[in-house]
Design a protein around this ligand. Structure first.
Ligand SMILES: Nc1ncnc2c1ncn2[C@@H]1O[C@H](COP(=O)(O)OP(=O)(O)O)[C@@H](O)[C@H]1O
Ligand SMILES: [Mg+2]
Length: 279
């Protein structure tokens, strides 16, 4: 990736989240992130891609403070939000600063109704109840399916509706930075497209987004900038448009490498390319 493409992209943008060279250790021994760096400019959608086990969720949890509840710790590097160090701060403090993570697997309160879940999302706000009510109405505009289920217990919603509710609940906290961990996971393609359209809309309305995905094609279609990680480190990054057309990315992550006879040759090429990235 030409350095100038990156520089051009970041020029004049305000870096709202600056993660620099972090190391993360679980249970005091398992080193999972090994010098990971990424930057999120205000107002953009940045995607973090990588295969299963690369460390994407760990990265988000390091930022949101949710690592602590899994006996994980950021042992090195810095995490600045809005120019302030937030590394190893408490999750609730980080929410107050304006970062909200929607965890993988749609964590919602299953016993509460849809409406109650949304109300719960606003707990940190000191706004007037009329402002909060207006924001709740806005969530129902973004996700009309939720409005139709307003008094239903969340546990009875479909997978897609639960994902919408998880995002809606996050919006109720009015975050400046919304972090989404694999929102497409386990959902039918049509629904995924709908949710991604809404993610774009949320961004247009002013929320910065850090989107973790295994589905690179989908993520790069909505993101402005992408980072690709492997084994706890970023191996490639660049503007989404450029990544989409990058041969390595196409082969590894966009699934264009399928096909009969040349398979073993391609495997060798894979191996070479992989080495090139990692060197
Ligand atoms: N709570 C934990 N304790 C120990 N190891 C963990 C924990 N969570 C994740 N890991 C390990 O960290 C690595 C990265 O996991 P994760 O961040 O979930 O990757 P991804 O989200 O990219 O699939 C994996 O090898 C995983 O087994
Ligand atoms: Mg994950």
């Amino acid at each position: 990736m030409a350095q100038s493409d990156k520089e051009k992209f970041f020029q004049g943008l305000n870096i709202i989240l600056d993660v620099s060279n972090i190391e993360v250790v679980y249970n005091e021994v398992i080193l999972v992130l090994k010098g990971l760096s990424l930057q999120v400019p205000e107002g953009k959608i940045v995607t973090l891609l990588g295969s299963n086990g690369a460390g994407k969720s760990t990265t988000l949890k390091s930022i949101s403070g949710l690592l602590k509840s899994e006996d994980g710790e950021v042992t090195d590097g810095k995490i600045e939000f809005n120019k302030q160090e937030i590394k190893n701060s408490y999750a609730e403090e980080i929410v107050r600063q304006g970062i909200f993570q929607v965890m993988e697997g749609r964590r919602i309160f299953k016993e509460l109704t849809v409406d109650e879940n949304l109300t719960a999302g606003s707990y940190i706000r000191k706004d007037s109840s009329s402002n909060i009510k207006a924001d709740r109405e806005h969530v129902y505009e973004l996700f009309p399916a939720l409005k139709r289920r307003i008094n239903m217990r969340a546990g009875y919603l479909s997978g897609g509706e639960q994902q919408m509710l998880a995002i809606g609940r996050a919006l109720m906290a009015k975050p400046r930075l919304l972090m989404l961990d694999e929102p497409s996971l386990g959902l039918a393609p049509l629904l995924v497209r709908e949710i991604f359209e809404t993610i774009k809309q949320i961004n247009k309305e002013g929320t910065t987004i850090l989107l973790v995905e295994q589905n690179a094609n989908l993520a790069l279609s909505v993101a402005d900038y992408g980072y690709i990680m492997e084994s706890g480190k970023v191996v490639l990054d660049g503007p989404a448009e450029i990544l989409k057309n990058n041969d390595d990315v196409k082969e590894f992550y966009l699934g264009f490498s399928e096909g009969g006879d040349k398979k073993s040759y391609k495997n060798v090429k894979h191996y070479k390319r992989r080495k090139r990235w990692l060197s």
